[in-house]
Design a binder for this molecule. Structure first.
Ligand code: PEP
Length: 249
């Protein structure tokens, strides 16, 4: 049985002061740990301060990206070790905004996944097809290619530390959520692919999150699907009240 995970991706939102305010309200609201594992992904600048505030709480921290090198002349970039030291346990990798706005391809994403694992971070590996790819009947090809290329060279041990987030690009920030049946179809496909490559046990234990316009209104139906183990939430994670509502499904 996979423990559900609800992760909030704040993207480029919230100053340090705003992040601290959110995190302290969330911490106070979760005196009794909720059923799902709770993760928030503030921007880099707020990670350390939020980590200090959340120490000893049931809330975990994720970064939204990392650079694949350990260190060096990469102006403006942040390494896995830096993220780990700032207090993160997780890092989001391969988000569609990184793929489309910042030109990250499967090969680079694969290097980032390996860098995350070597830095003892747990990757939340995002995959998903565009609207055009879905309409052209390419959804399965795209998802399987992203899995194959991204997870290239990862061992079964690496896989057991990784989470996958299925985020159809057409559902991110658009208000157009995949129906529970549409999402479940792809989650089943992902689990089958993991089973084929790494075995049934690895597949059964993997948390596969859905992302794309998840709100307190639609989360319950999504979470009822057998292969949906949680949600990666953008917009609805920015307001602490709405995020707390999501945690109760
Ligand atoms: C995301 O950015 O990962 C996301 C799913 O965004 P939203 O919930 O706003 O669609």
């Amino acid at each position: 049985m996979v423990r559900p995970v609800i992760a909030g991706n704040w993207k480029m939102n919230k100053t340090v002061a705003e992040a601290i305010d959110f995190a302290s309200r969330l911490r106070n609201a979760l005196i009794t740990p909720p059923e799902p594992e709770v993760i928030i992904a503030p921007p880099f600048t707020a990670l350390h301060a939020v980590a200090e505030l959340l120490r000893g709480s049931p809330i975990s921290l994720a970064a939204q990206n990392l650079h694949e090198a350990e260190k060096g002349a990469f102006t403006g970039e942040i390494s896995g070790e830096m993220i780990r030291e700032a207090g993160c346990e997780y890092v989001i990798i391969g988000h569609s905004e990184r793929r489309t706005l910042f030109g990250e391809g499967d090969e680079r994403i694969s290097r980032k996944l390996r860098a995350a694992l070597s830095a003892d971070l747990r990757p939340i590996f995002c995959i998903g097809e565009s609207l055009r790819e879905r309409e052209e009947g390419q959804m399965q090809n795209v998802v399987e290619r992203q899995l194959k290329e991204g997870l290239n060279n990862l061992t079964a041990g690496d896989i057991s530390r990784s989470l996958v987030a299925y985020e159809p690009v057409w559902a991110i920030g658009t208000g157009r959520t995949a129906t529970p049946a549409q999402a479940e179809e792809v989650h089943q496909l992902i689990r089958d692919w993991i089973a084929g490559r790494y075995g049934n046990e690895q597949a059964a234990e993997m948390a596969i999150l859905y992302g794309g316009s998840v709100t307190p209104k639609n989360i319950a139906d999504l979470m009822r699907q057998p292969n949906i183990n949680g949600a990666l939430v953008g917009g609805a994670s920015l307001d602490v009240g709405s995020f707390i509502q999501l945690l109760g499904y």
